[in-house]
Design a binder for this molecule. Structure first.
Ligand SMILES: *Cc1c(COP(=O)(O)O)cnc(C)c1O
Length: 457
């Protein structure tokens, strides 16, 4: 038994193993050292318990490596998104443009004029700079940026509707997902929900009939992830805004996805834009920064300067405020909207641009690279915008369908998720289907490497 202990390698010998050195970059050298010690400790306990021989060097490396793979899974990791869903909430929604990443590095690395007026040499406003850009890109008279769209709605309700009534039509009482249910948000904000109309048909007279001295706000939402079809009637935003003005009440529209440009330019159905909501006369519009805007997580409120001024004075804003890194990334993303060709540098729009034929060319190259290892077919696929935009609109796309030799596509998907970078994609009809629209072309080589390893079992 003593000789078995002596056969165990030293910690340093294992630390020099390239397969383990690689983890130092993502997890830090201390984590690698701890995993090696744990693997050796485990081996010692086993020898002491059953008196067997020492495990091989390769077994110890595999044992430490398994611990490190597990540790990595608990941290944030890059993923190749083969689902074809562009704004995949579970996969981090919008990838950021290079300009935003550069701004994050430049501002995050050191100090900045976050709340300092360099001209006057005294305290300045955290929000002033980005407000100008939001105004320029949306055409709104004023704007405020908070942590996310849910926070934006909460701030509006807290400022205007605490203890008072908010009228919402029944066809818009939505659950967005991730625990965001409009009736619950209203309740938590201390507002009283007044539902009017029926699930399928709502008229302006329903809203009018519900007005009371205690009404604080008329609210409409983007029914972002479902569609009611058939025998339907709805209240137009323009009519709701006019009613609000007649009654002296502010109107709020929660747009959610928040398109600044017309998606019809990308061959998709029209999606209501922030500019259209403003043109309809809605007083306050809320939307996310990391959906159709294509920037960092943020909640943006645009609209009437007097109403936004009241929200700026609300102490709750302090708890919902954004940090310098978000402001830097958001400003850099918004600037792209003002530059000719700039929108194409926003990854979301760069991914929406290629035709199915162009994507098929990429899929064929992947097929050629993987062909010998599995049955690989180039397929036409159907993706989604996601993030609550255009729930019913398919984004026509292309990809590859992999049928592994052992017939177990589920196991292949599991190995692909376990690879680094992980590949996440659909399993359908016994095939692992990787949509290429949501994978940047520059990652094709890495995708091939991962899939080759995964196919080899
Ligand atoms: C996504 C969405 C929200 C929530 O936005 P977050 O930025 O995730 O807080 C709210 N309303 C609608 C209509 C949405 O689509």
């Amino acid at each position: 038994m003593d000789s078995a202990f002596r056969e165990l390698p030293a910690v340093n010998e294992l630390l020099d193993e390239p397969a383990l050195v690689a983890f130092a970059k993502s997890l830090g050298p201390s984590a690698v050292k701890a995993a090696v010690r744990d693997a050796l400790g485990d081996a010692r306990r086993r020898i002491a318990a059953d008196g067997g021989s020492a495990p091989s060097f390769a077994t110890l490396v595999a044992s430490a490596s398994a611990r490190l793979v597990h540790a990595e899974t608990e941290s944030l990791l890059p993923v190749l998104n083969g689902t074809g869903i562009l704004l995949h909430t579970n996969l981090g929604r919008a990838p950021l443009p290079d300009e935003a990443l550069d701004a994050i590095a430049a501002i995050g690395r050191g100090y900045s004029n976050l709340e300092f007026d360099l001209d006057a040499g005294k305290r300045g406003s955290r929000y002033a700079r980005v407000t100008g850009l939001v105004r320029e890109t949306t055409g709104a008279a004023d704007a405020l940026v908070v942590n996310n769209c849910a926070a934006a709605i909460l701030l509006v309700l807290d400022t205007f509707a605490k203890g008072r009534e908010v009228i919402v039509t029944r066809n818009q009482l939505i659950e967005v997902g991730g625990g965001f249910r409009l009736p619950d948000v209203l309740e938590r904000s201390g507002a009283v929900l007044v539902e009017v109309g029926t699930t399928n048909r709502v008229y302006l007279r329903d809203v009018e009939g519900a007005l009371s001295p205690n009404t604080a706000l008329l609210m409409r939402t983007h029914p972002s992830n479902y569609r009611i079809e058939g025998f339907v009637a709805d209240v137009a935003a323009r009519d709701l805004a006019a009613l609000g003005r007649r009654a002296g009440l502010p109107t709020l529209e929660d747009l959610g996805s928040g398109a600044l440009v017309d998606l019809a330019a990308y061959g998709l159905p029209h999606e209501r834009t922030v500019g259209e909501a403003l043109a309809d006369g809605i007083d306050l519009i809320t939307f996310s920064g990391d959906k159709l805007l294509g920037g960092p997580q943020a909640g943006i409120i645009v609209g009437d300067p007097a109403l936004i001024g009241r929200m700026r004075a609300n102490p709750l804003l302090r708890a919902l405020r954004v940090d310098k890194v978000t402001l830097a990334a958001l400003a850099a993303t918004l600037r792209l909207y003002l530059e000719p060709g700039g929108i194409e540098r926003i990854p979301l729009y760069a991914m929406l641009r290629p035709s199915v034929d162009e994507l098929r060319v990429r899929a064929r190259a992947l097929q050629a690279a993987l062909g010998p290892l599995a049955d690989v077919e180039v397929v036409v696929t159907s993706g989604l915008v996601g993030g609550g935009a255009l729930p019913a609109a398919a984004v026509p796309s292309a990809g590859i369908a992999l049928r592994p030799r052992d017939g177990d596509a589920g196991a292949l998907a599991e190995r692909a998720r376990g690879a680094r970078p992980a590949v996440v994609a659909r399993v359908e009809d016994g095939a692992f289907i990787v949509d290429v629209r949501t994978i940047p072309p520059e990652d094709d080589a890495r995708l091939v490497a991962v899939l080759r390893t995964a196919l080899a079992g």
